[in-house]
Design a protein around this ligand. Structure first.
Ligand SMILES: [Mn+2]
Length: 327
C-alpha cells in the first residue's frame, strides 16, 4: 500500500513539474490502453489548463467514443515528460518516433520488461491500467469529470472482462465505487460502447464455435484463414475481440485463435487460459502478455504446429499437476 501511494505522489509531482506531457500506450490499442491514455490526458488538462498535454498514437475509429487522439510534431517536444501506459516494452509504444523526451514515467499492470521508468509504477495485481489511473485521480489532486470517470470505468470493465478475470480484487470494487460516487457517472448507459457489435461478428463467432478443435488435454485452437475473415466481413482484430466469449467451456482450459495476416505474411495469435500459465510459451513465439491472457506472432505452418504442441503440453502438465494435487 505504501509503495503504491508513494508512486501516486511521485507521478503527480512529475506531472506538476513539466509543461509538456506526452501520453502514449501500446500499438494496436484495446479499450484499457485508449481509455487510460485519454482519461489521464483529460484529467491533466482539467487540472492544469496551461500545460501542453497530448495523447499520441494511431486512432482507432471504433474507439472514437473515448476521445480524439492528438496529432503533434514530436520534434517540437524535446523537453517533455513521456508517460507510457499499459505497455512494458519500448518497441511496442505507439506514436513516439523522433520524440526526445526528458523523462519517462511508466504506469502498467503487465509484467515488467525493458521500459524502466524514472518513475516506474508497475502493479501486476491491478486488473487494468485504468484501475491504476482511477486510483491516481482519486488519491491525488488531479481533477476528473464524468467523461474521465466513464472512460476509466469502461477500461476496467473491459480488461477485467466484466470482473470475471482473477485480476479483479476487492480493491477494484472499492476504486470503482469511489469513482462512481464522486463522478456520478451513469455507468449502465456506457456498456453499449463496449458490447455493441454487428450481426456479421455474431455470425463469425458462430463460425469459430463450429470449427474450434479441442485436444484431449483441453486445448481449443483454430487457425483462421484470411479468406474466412473476408467472407464474414470482419477484420484481423475481430478474433481477439471475441476470444473472451469462449470462456467457461467445460472441455477447454486454454484456447487460442491463430489468424492469418495476409498483409504481413504472418499469423496474429490470441491466447486465453483458465488455469495453465501461458505467457512463457507466448514469449517463445514472438509474444507475451499476462499469465492467463497473451498474444503471439507466427510466421508459417511449421511454427503453428510447434506452437499448438507447446500449448498442448502446457495443458497436459497442468492437468497432471492438478490430478496429483487431488491425490
Ligand atoms: Mn491493460
Amino acid at each position: 500500500m505504501t509503495t503504491i501511494n508513494s508512486n501516486i505522489r511521485k507521478v503527480y509531482k512529475k506531472i506538476k513539474e513539466y509543461q509538456q506531457i506526452i501520453i502514449a500506450r501500446h500499438v494496436g490499442p484495446d479499450p484499457d490502453a485508449i481509455a487510460s491514455q485519454i482519461a489521464l490526458r483529460d484529467s491533466i488538462r482539467l487540472t492544469f489548463p496551461e500545460k501542453e498535454c497530448f495523447a499520441v498514437g494511431l486512432g482507432v475509429s471504433k474507439f472514437k467514443y473515448y476521445g480524439i487522439l492528438d496529432k503533434i510534431e514530436n520534434e517540437k517536444y524535446d523537453n517533455s515528460l513521456l508517460i507510457v501506459l499499459d505497455c512494458p516494452n519500448l518497441h511496442r509504444i505507439d506514436g513516439i518516433e523522433n520524440l526526445k523526451y526528458k523523462e519517462i514515467i511508466k504506469i502498467d499492470h503487465h509484467p515488467s520488461e525493458d521500459i524502466k521508468g524514472d518513475v516506474d509504477w508497475t502493479d501486476e495485481t491491478s486488473c487494468s491500467t485504468c484501475q491504476m489511473i482511477a486510483e491516481l485521480v482519486l488519491k491525488s489532486p488531479l481533477k476528473f469529470d464524468t467523461k474521465v470517470a466513464g472512460n476509466l470505468y469502461l477500461g476496467i470493465v473491459s480488461d477485467s472482462d466484466r470482473f470475471l478475470l482473477p485480476y479483479t480484487t476487492t480493491k477494484t470494487f472499492r476504486i470503482i465505487a469511489d469513482l462512481i460516487d464522486k463522478s456520478k457517472v451513469d455507468f449502465p448507459s456506457l456498456y453499449s460502447y463496449l458490447y455493441d457489435r454487428s450481426l456479421d461478428e455474431v455470425k463469425f463467432q458462430g463460425y469459430i464455435a463450429e470449427n474450434l478443435a479441442v485436444t484431449e488435454n483441453g486445448l481449443g485452437y483454430l487457425v483462421i484463414p484470411a479468406q474466412i475473415i473476408k467472407k464474414y466481413n470482419v477484420d484481423l482484430a475481430t478474433p481477439s475481440n471475441l476470444i473472451n466469449n469462449f470462456n467457461y467451456i467445460k472441455e477447454v482450459i486454454v484456447w487460442t485463435f491463430i489468424t492469418e495476416d495476409a498483409k504481413n505474411k504472418s499469423y496474429k495469435v490470441s491466447i486465453r487460459s483458465h488455469g495453465p500459465i501461458i505467457n512463457k510459451t507466448a514469449s517463445k513465439f514472438n509474444g507475451g502478455g499476462h499469465k492467463y491472457a497473451s498474444g503471439a506472432r507466427l510466421n508459417n505452418e511449421e511454427e503453428i504446429n510447434d506452437f499448438i504442441k507447446a500449448l498442448d503440453a502446457d495443458c497436459e502438465e497442468y492437468k497432471r499437476a492438478s490430478i496429483s494435487n487431488i491425490n
